[in-house]
Design a protein around this ligand. Structure first.
Ligand code: AMP
Ligand code: MG
Length: 414
């Protein structure tokens, strides 16, 4: 693994830090074959080529009549004889003779010589006679064989996250099993003498450890395999043991807490001896301190302790890095949108801020965003109430109500 570049630790921007980290990332090796039902959210490790034309036959896109366009009168109604009825799934009907129509249902194979489907609503019939309204277009309502995918064409490329649409597409090819990257293994622990685990009463000066739960949630939601190693005391031997245990079982080790000045003092030499690490002061809020490095073959992320900072640094740096390690190509991007803020937003220039916002639709149907209020990096409630980040760029200062700001939604369709 390359040495981590020696960047000025005082002046890293979010983008610079992402670029440095990105240079160290290669997808895990290790793939597995899984049935489609178990493949949701995984990253495809093979090319899926279509073994067939999809759809396999020329077929009707509407319920109605399959006709020969040349039979239709240029103006006025056309009278044709109904020669057969064909339902979806039925065998290929016989070729269509001149002056004939075939009653056809959506998805049913269009017979040879028929080139046009007339929707039922533009016809009337009596016995075996049908009258076609004027104004039809040559080739309308016919789905061509292979118009979705031609035989031999690439349907899904390696690195694609398999969502519902990909599962359906692969199923439409008759393929029931795929090769995916094995899940990324991520071990994490919290550091801090003040932390109590759930189930124990709080002693004086203690708080409950929440970071392991947000990390568990953020990691599991991405489909990673998590190993929660609990709370580790602020003690070099305890931390060294935890690092060793974590590095044995995982591809990535994440810690929270103890990366601010002073407390980091014993983590830094430990990591320098056991692996390699850089501590950065990122120009961002919340989440200024951040450590990145290697513990043997493992990637290491040392996140700040403050609960909101953990989530923000995870989304700003760790998410994309882990997705790359897990095999994602291209990275599933979380788009940003510009909307008006209805509340003023306080900010100092010189750092990117990830404020918490609530985006909603006003009475006029426009989407606007408002602040969740207190933006302290320990106020986890601000994350729970929010449905988006308001991303304020590094150079800018405070923002007045009514100004346009960039937001990034927490929620997607999947
Ligand atoms: P640190 O980065 O260790 O200096 O911690 C910064 C702040 O985050 C302190 O107020 C800690 O008590 C708090 N903190 C650290 N770890 C956790 C955790 N796992 N859960 C909740 N709060 C934490
Ligand atoms: Mg601490």
């Amino acid at each position: 693994m390359n040495k981590i570049d020696d960047y000025d630790p005082q002046s890293m921007t979010v983008d610079e830090a992402c670029k440095v980290i990105n240079r160290h990332l290669k997808p895990v090796n290790g793939t597995m074959r899984v049935p489609l039902h178990s493949a949701l959210n995984r990253f495809l490790a093979e090319d899926i080529l279509s073994p067939i034309d999809v759809p396999a036959h020329v077929n009707a896109a509407m319920d109605g009549y399959a006709v020969r366009f040349a039979d239709l009168a240029a103006s006025g109604e056309t009278e044709l004889t109904i020669s057969a009825t064909v339902l979806a799934g039925a065998a290929l009907p016989p070729p269509l003779g001149p002056g004939k129509a075939i009653r056809i249902m959506t998805g049913a194979a269009v017979p040879e010589n028929a080139d046009t489907v007339v929707m039922q609503e533009q016809t009337r019939h009596e016995g075996d006679r049908v009258w076609i309204a004027p104004g039809q277009h040559n080739g309308q309502h016919v789905r061509m064989a292979g118009e979705d995918l031609h035989q031999g064409a690439t349907a899904v490329r390696p690195g694609k996250r398999l969502r519902a649409a990909e599962l359906g597409l692969i199923a439409s090819l008759g393929i029931g099993e795929v090769s995916v990257f094995r899940p990324l293994r991520v071990a994490f622990f919290s550091t801090g003498d003040e932390l109590a685990s759930i189930g124990r009463p709080l002693a004086d000066g203690q708080i409950y450890d929440s970071n392991r739960y947000t990390l568990h949630g953020m990691l599991t939601a991405q489909g990673f395999e998590c190993f929660d190693l609990g709370v580790v005391r602020d003690h070099p031997v305890a931390i060294e043991n935890a690092f060793e245990e974590a590095a044995r079982m995982a591809d990535v080790v994440i810690t929270s807490g103890g990366v601010s000045v002073g407390e980091a003092d014993f983590i830094k030499p430990l990591l320098a001896r056991m692996g390699e690490v850089v501590f950065w002061k990122i120009a961002m809020k919340p989440g200024r301190p951040l450590a990145y490095g290697h513990l043997g073959p493992c990637h290491f992320f040392g996140l700040p302790g403050n609960p909101v900072a953990v989530m923000v640094t995870f989304y700003a740096f760790v998410r994309d890095a882990l997705l790359t390690l897990a095999g994602a190509d291209p990275l599933p991007v979380v788009p940003r949108f510009t909307v008006q803020t209805t509340t003023p937003l306080k900010k100092a220039p010189g750092r990117t801020e990830f404020q918490r916002g609530i985006v909603s639709q006003n009475a006029q149907g426009e989407w606007t965003v408002r602040s969740t209020g207190n933006q302290g990096s320990g106020i986890l409630r601000s994350m729970a109430e929010a449905n988006c980040f308001i991303v304020l760029p590094q150079e800018g200062g405070s923002v007045a109500a009514g100004a346009e700001v960039e937001i990034q939604l927490f929620e997607g369709l999947i």
